[in-house]
Design a protein around this ligand. Structure first.
Ligand SMILES: Cc1ncc(COP(=O)(O)O)c(C=O)c1O
Length: 444
């Protein structure tokens, strides 16, 4: 880890001014100063290959020139508007461009600033449209940390301190990662939908591929059957495509892969080309459950439809089409999956390699009782691998409830040589770690 003095100094300063919960400072992380494409530079002048796309945001690459220019041009004209009172003109242009891509002929959208915002808007919409506020969500699911979204986020780590504010309206069911699990899951869902839940169910909220849970892909056909079950009982299928959407998995929406059109879609991350921008989209028949605006919107916020976000979003949509980001994600992701599958085949500590498009995961075996000690004690193997990769100039993130997965979501604009170089580093980090840990584990 390059704990060069510039990063160390910034860590010291941050510690004195930021809430201590937020940034993990031991050891001091690289503090980013510049980024272009898939390359990031830190305060100490070190460069890294970014295989995370910065939480999946930089699908078009960091600082894409077209997006940067759209932001700069908009900043020269209008930085802030009055979203729902005197709306910025660029909001209209962005909403039209987004609607043209969505699967409904009459798309209506509520914009937000974060993924959590989009989920909040979708859950409120579902309640208004169905008259029911119960939700079915999935074990392992991540939908954000604002209270409404947190209620549907599964991980204990986030829920425990606030559990008394999360109500009893969300029912978690297993996320099927094998065909054999599908029938059981669907019948559990069927029972909840048909009256077995404490609160009548209005929404089934699902990530078409679970991201933070470790790139967990449901069997083919599951989403379609889920949609059918939900609708059969008058509930809505809400697809949280905040991570998977806008080309990341090789299709515009991950639901497209299974030919499923959800009732509502949540978008975020890549959508704003690096600016905070999210959206809850749906057909008028669902979205018109909201009353017409009559002077005071029921659901809005100060920065809704922010001009810089909308300009960046328009830039992103232009790049998505011009550079065929979804097609690139499909091709490069397919190659990366083949490469990892071949190179890691038979590797002792690798449980699975999986992915779709440029959303890939390598699941590692959790260490036994002779877990690594010292600095890495208690960390999952994905976390340990991410730490080693960083020392070698590759940024990846751990995922999975115990940090057992290495998650890869690089920009779709990444060059082939960079992709190969990063994968090579990852393979050597994983194989080297297994050799040393394997040796340790064999010690009684
Ligand atoms: C699937 C999914 N939904 C919602 C969110 C929350 O988005 P945000 O962190 O922008 O609020 C995330 C963030 O990782 C996510 O992956």
């Amino acid at each position: 880890m390059p704990t060069d003095s510039a990063n160390r100094d910034l860590a010291e300063r941050l510690k004195r001014v930021e809430s201590r919960n937020v940034t993990f400072l031991r050891p001091p992380p690289p503090f980013w100063t510049d980024a272009a494409g898939a390359t990031v530079r830190d305060a100490a002048g070190n460069t890294y290959l970014d295989f995370t796309g910065a939480f999946g945001v930089a699908l078009a690459g960091h600082g894409h020139p077209l997006i940067a220019e759209r932001i700069a041009a908009q900043a020269r004209r209008l930085v802030h508007g009055m979203g729902d009172i005197h709306p910025p003109a660029v909001k209209v242009e962005f909403l039209e461009a987004l609607a043209a891509l969505m699967p409904w002929p009459d798309t209506r959208t509520i914009l937000g600033l974060s993924g959590s915002d989009a989920v909040e808007a979708a859950l409120k919409t579902a309640q208004l449209a169905t008259g029911r506020h119960g939700i079915i969500a999935f074990e392992g699911g991540y939908h954000g940390l604002t209270l409404g979204a947190l209620a549907a986020t599964h991980r204990e780590h986030f829920r425990r301190p606030f559990v008394n504010r999360l109500g009893n309206h969300v029912h978690f069911v297993r996320f099927p990662s094998s065909t054999t699990a599908v029938e059981g899951v669907l019948s559990e869902i069927g029972a909840l939908l048909s009256g077995g839940a404490a609160v009548p169910i209005g929404a089934v909220l699902v990530e078409p591929i679970q991201g933070r849970a470790g790139v967990r892909i449901p069997p083919p056909g599951f989403l379609a059957r889920l949609a059918e079950r939900a609708r059969g009982e008058g509930a809505l299928l809400v697809a949280d495509e905040i991570f998977t959407g806008m080309g990341r998995t090789g299709d515009l929406l991950a639901c497209d892969h299974d030919r499923v059109v959800p009732d509502l879609v949540c978008l975020g991350k890549a959508l704003g080309g690096g600016m905070p921008l999210s959206a809850c989209c749906g057909p008028a028949a669902v979205m018109d459950a909201w009353p017409p605006a009559a002077g005071e919107a029921v659901h809005t916020s100060t920065f809704l439809g922010h001009p810089l976000g909308c300009a960046a979003g328009l830039g992103f949509l232009a790049v998505l089409e011009a550079e065929d980001l979804a097609g690139r994600a499909r091709r490069l992701g397919g190659r990366a999956l083949d490469y990892l599958t071949t190179r890691l085949a038979g590797c002792e500590g690798v449980r699975a390699v999986r992915g779709r498009g440029l959303m890939l995961g390598v699941e590692l075996v959790m260490p036994g009782s002779a877990a690594p000690d010292g600095e890495t004690a208690g960390m999952g193997p994905g976390t340990v691998a991410a730490k080693s990769a960083l020392e070698r100039g590759l940024i990846v993130l751990p995922a999975g409830s115990r940090g057992e997965v290495v998650e890869l979501t690089p920009p779709a604009t990444i060059g082939e040589k960079d992709l190969e170089a990063g994968l090579e580093v990852l393979v050597s980090v994983i194989t080297a770690a297994r050799v040393s840990r394997g040796a340790r584990r064999s010690t009684p």
